[in-house]
Design a binder for this molecule. Structure first.
Ligand code: FDA
Length: 392
């Protein structure tokens, strides 16, 4: 019989962090994972450099059916605490943009930091481990680890979501939650590129590789950042950010020239630079391939003076308020996160403990808390893992 005070299921960001904190309190801790490596998503994150937190963490950077849930943990274990840990370990890092902190060298630095911290605290990590037959017992939980019976007082579910199935992602955390009577709110792939609908694909896929700053707006939110056109659809940070707020079936509006009111500027420039070709005017403001595309699609091989009012209006619509009806998203294959998940209404925001089953904890992405792109999701993993680690 394997016996620990705390068994954590999932050796990802949240699970490892919780394991460190619980072991530091003197609890005997085993963190198990069915994958052959701990922290696989850490290793592939941030283009191999791990965007491990953000200088500007606020609850407003997170989405949840229960928006206040994340406040407590984020305020008790902050980005400054994690930055202190990283700096104290001698890991070099830098701010890339928008407060996003990345390792100078490699995401492996963060994975190694967590593994050495857990070892130092006396916790154990066991990989290639199948977890099954979880049952509450009077004094905690019985379960099997690779078919060997195990028992723990506290069971921490840190199984993450469904994104990148090839990295070990599974719905196991959701199933454990349901087994203990928790509601799992509807979930979907997020922080994910969009795909073309059939009509747009024929028109736009030739522009693959073009990238430009733009403003993307959903029914409830706008983001201004780069948009990347690909063969499959639209990607880049602005598109990934808006995917958190997009509901399937909804259109998005894209302003390809957010700094210019096209109708006003064209009216002005028609008088002052009437002989200028529209293509030349557009190429002053947009990548040349995109400028050529708009002129060809709208059949406007003309000078500015030759544009009719209706043509100016149509062009302004395309440039400042192009309506994009996504075919869908690329799904879990490339999504950075799963949005939705275990309903937080029956989980303590202070301890992450289930209010339905004493000794059962949920942390990280398995919960219905999803951050923006930019280090917010790792910070949630650290903060929620820390909170559970003080109580499990
Ligand atoms: P995580 O997914 O990290 O860990 C869950 C663990 O549970 C995994 O190790 C898995 O193998 C294990 N598991 C699942 N089912 C199991 C089962 N049945 N039995 C045993 N173990 C099981 N965020 C950010 O803030 N900055 C960034 O730079 C990036 N970059 C990024 C890139 C890519 C490509 C992806 C896919 C994601 C990101 N993210 C990110 C998001 C970030 O990786 C994510 O939010 C956290 O890893 C979530 O941490 P968790 O510990 O909750 O889940």
């Amino acid at each position: 019989m394997i016996e620990y005070d705390v068994i954590v299921i999932g050796a990802g960001a949240a699970g490892l962090f919780c394991g460190i904190e619980a072991a530091k309190r003197g609890r005997t801790v085993l963190v198990v994972d069915h994958a052959n490596k701990a922290g696989k998503k850490i290793l592939m994150s941030g283009g191999g450099r791990c965007n491990f937190t953000n200088l500007d963490i606020t609850p407003e950077n997170y989405l949840s059916a229960n928006p206040h849930f994340c406040r407590s943990a984020l305020s008790r274990y902050t980005q400054w605490d994690f930055i202190g840990l990283v700096a104290g370990a001698g890991i070099d890092y830098h701010e890339k943009e928008l407060g996003q902190l990345f390792c100078d060298h490699s995401a492996k630095d963060i994975q190694q930091l967590l593994l050495s911290e857990i070892e130092r605290a006396g916790g154990n990590v066991q990989l290639n481990t199948d977890v099954a037959e979880i049952q509450a017992s009077g004094s905690g939980f019985n379960l099997t680890l690779n078919a060997t019976p195990a028992h723990c007082q506290s069971l921490v579910v840190a199984c993450g979501g469904l994104s990148i199935p090839t990295m070990g992602a599974s719905d196991f955390g959701f199933r454990i939650a349901e087994q203990f009577g928790h509601e799992v709110l509807s979930y979907r792939a997020s922080l994910v590129p969009f795909t073309w609908n059939n009509k747009n694909k024929a028109q736009w896929s030739e522009l693959s590789g073009v990238s430009l700053p733009a403003t993307v707006t959903s029914a409830t939110k706008s983001f201004s950042h780069d948009v990347l056109l690909t063969h499959r659809g639209l990607s880049g940070p602005a598109m990934l950010q808006i995917s958190n707020y997009w509901q399937p079936g909804e259109p998005l509006t894209i302003d390809w020239l957010p700094s210019i009111n096209v109708a006003e500027q064209l009216q002005k420039d028609r008088h002052e630079h009437g002989k200028k070709q529209l293509k030349t005017w557009l190429a002053l403001h947009l990548p040349a391939r995109l400028a050529e595309f708009f002129v060809a699609e709208l059949k406007l091989q003309k000078t500015l003076a030759e544009l009719t009012k209706a043509e100016v209006h149509r062009l302004a619509q395309w440039l400042n308020a192009w309506e994009f009806q996504p075919g869908g998203t690329e799904g879990y294959r490339t999504a950075e996160v799963t949005i939705g998940g275990v309903d937080t209404l029956e989980v303590s925001s202070k301890t992450m403990e289930s209010q339905r089953q004493s000794g059962l904890f949920f942390i990280g992405e398995v919960l219905d808390v999803t951050g923006w792109l930019g280090g917010y999701n790792f910070q949630w993993a650290w903060s929620s893992g820390w909170a559970a680690g003080q109580h499990c």
